[in-house]
Design a protein around this ligand. Structure first.
Ligand code: COA
Length: 166
C-alpha cells in the first residue's frame, strides 16, 4: 500500500490516542509525560487556543488515516519570524522516516503560509534520534545552549540548537 502521510490541526477528539502515545516511558527525552488523560486534554485545549491567537500550531501526524504522532511550531513572541518545531511518533512507527516527511509538510505551512523565515529545533544532548531527524531534514547545528529544558526531576538540561533559514 502507498504510504499516505498527512498533518492536520490537533482536536480535542484526538486526546485519547495522543495520550496513549505520550505515556510511553521511552519519551523521557521529550516533554514530561502527562500524568492523566485530563492533563492531555488540558494541553490540547491550550494548543487550540494558541492556534486561534496565532502563537503556535499543534498538528497530529496521520499515516493512512491512523493517528501516529504529533508535530508543532511555536512562534517566538518577541521575534515573530522565528518558530520552534517539536515532534513525536508512536514507538511502533519509529525508524520509518515518517517524521522527516511530516517536517516537510509543517515547513510548507511555516514558510509559505505563516511567513516564518527561521525554524529552530532543540533537543537534549542524548536524544540522538531527534538529532538525526534534524540533520536529515536539512537543519544546521548552530550550537549548544546551556540549561534550557526542565526535565522530570526539575533539573535544567543543556540542548543542541539546530536551525533552518529561508
Ligand atoms: C525522535 C523521533 C521523533 C524520530 O522519529 P522517526 O520517525 O523514528 O525518525 P526516523 O525514522 O528518521 O529515525 C531517526 C533515527 O532513529 C533511530 N531508530 C530507528 N528505528 C529505531 C527503533 N526502532 N528504535 C530506536 N531507534 C530507532 C535510527 O538511528 C534513525 O536514524 P537513521 O535514519 O540514521 O537510521 C522519535 O524517535 C520519537 O518520537 N521519540 C520520542 C519523542 C522525542 O524524543 N521527540 C523529539 C524531542 S526533541
Amino acid at each position: 500500500m502507498m504510504r499516505d502521510i498527512k498533518i492536520r490541526l490537533m482536536e480535542l477528539s484526538d486526546s485519547k490516542r495522543i495520550h496513549e502515545i505520550l505515556i510511553n516511558p521511552k519519551f523521557s527525552l521529550f516533554s514530561p509525560e502527562p500524568k492523566s488523560i485530563e492533563e492531555t486534554i488540558f494541553w490540547i485545549n491550550k494548543s487550540s487556543k494558541s492556534a486561534e491567537s496565532g502563537t503556535g500550531y499543534h498538528y497530529i501526524i496521520k499515516l493512512n488515516e491512523e493517528i501516529i504522532g504529533g508535530i508543532s511550531v511555536k512562534i517566538f513572541s518577541h521575534r515573530r519570524h522565528i518558530g520552534e518545531i517539536a515532534y513525536f511518533i508512536d514507538e511502533p512507527y519509529w525508524g520509518q522516516g515518517i517524521v522527516v516527511e511530516a517536517i516537510k509538510l509543517l515547513e510548507q505551512k511555516c514558510f509559505n503560509d505563516l511567513g516564518l523565515t527561521r525554524l529552530e529545533a532543540v533537543m537534549e544532548l542524548k536524544n540522538i534520534n531527534s538529532e538525526k531527524v534534524a540533520i536529515k531534514s536539512g537543519y544546521q547545528k548552530e550550537g549548544l545552549l546551556k540549561k534550557v529544558i526542565i526535565d522530570k526531576e526539575g533539573n535544567l538540561k543543556d540542548v543542541y540548537l539546530y536551525a533552518k533559514t529561508l
